[in-house]
Design a binder for this molecule. Sequence first.
Ligand code: 5AD
Ligand code: SF4
Length: 464
Amino acid sequence: MANKYHIITYGCQMNKSDSERIATVLKSSGYSPTPNRKEADLVVINVCSIRQSALDRVYGLISNIKNKKSRLYQGLDEQIKTQIKNQKIILTGCILPKDKEKLKNKVDLIFDINQLTNLPQMLSQTNTNLSRHLAIKEFDNLAIKQLNNYLSIKPCYSTFPFAYLPIMTGCNNFCTYCVVPYTRGREVSRPVEEIICEVKELIKRGYKKIILLGQNVNSYKSKTPNSKLKKVNFPKLLKIVNNLPGDFWLTFITSHPQDFSDELIETMTKCEKVMPYLHLPVQSGDNQVLKKMNRHYTVAHYKELIKKIREKFAKIREGFEKNICISTDIIVGFPGETKKQFAQTARLMREIKFDMAYIAKYSPRPGTAATKLKDNIPLKEKEKRWKILAKILEKTALKNNKKYLNKTVEVLIEKQSGNSLYGQTKTFKNVKVYSPEQKITGEIVEVKIKKISPWGLAGELIKN
Ligand code: 5AD
Ligand code: SF4
């Protein structure tokens, strides 16, 4: 019987995309997936340690798997009992060296995600009963080993009808609170030809929404052997992908306000497949806090940028696409953040009227520059600040969504349940569609919006 794996992902879109590549390596090593963790020979935990909370979940999960086996045994048949006994735990993702040190004795194998091409070799050394499969699948594994970047591994896509497509990994920005430059290392861009190949494959398979991923996509750089193209920067890449024939939507995450160029604004608006959606993390509405975060822009620059982007979309796009949807990331309770400085963030949120904001309470991460500053905002105060911003967001998101009432919008159907279809608009708004009609996942339908909330829309299918 083939060995089975089960992957658990705690993290961002990049981690989810990495899990799709982990699946390829395990499959080429003779493993097959199982949705049931108890049945798996290998449990792979892919975690992002940007915040302590994800790591806490990992500790909980490991102790659940390891220490509570006896409780799990009750009522299980003999075969599953043996499997649980032999079950191996592998940990990967974005993990800091200090956390690795603490976790290494709790799991069977721990590795950096950019070492993924070496996983088959690492597995065979961890007594996972894998050698037999390695011999059979030697050819596939050799091919994987010879890749110099793990992003070149062909993923097992798992999110049809949309797909995450990493174009680069790592970061050179060193925001003082952030682990990414330490866990993922410096920026590495994928070759443009490889990205084009992956997009073409996705289009061929009927994918309708392609999400280009990178910690800071703006700094994408790739050389191409085609001498006419020379170096390809992010706006050029966006244009190249946009111009590939096919019926698909295109977007990207994440951008940095410090290097969001006019060329990129121009390209975004003119490339008709690029969705009217932008995730642009601001982090704080106070210049001094931004400086302490090592974010090289001012609040005025951010506001000007948003204004330019909104105006350009309103001018160039047609109909509903004139209203670009903007989301952001914000950290509350950064070391030393005064009430006044926090009030500036609240003010900025009211002014910009974000459609979505991922608000995080500052969490000190070992080894990052901000740990030298005293984490002096009590958790209660961080929670209070979080709630204030969440309330503002609820109001602005609801107000923005009112524009959709009684309007007809295109929705990409992503799943179905009972008499309802679920999908998203081109502006990344979640939509519930009441429909007794069976529609196919991946179809783009027209929906008349009848109900709105801050977090989504609901409506009826328009008959063609
Ligand atoms: N504490 C809280 N939030 C953080 N983020 C990154 N590091 C931390 C931290 N130490 C948030 C930022 C970033 C998002 C991915 O996670 O807002 O944009
Ligand atoms: Fe982290 Fe800053 Fe890089 Fe984003 S830009 S990944 S917050 S260091």
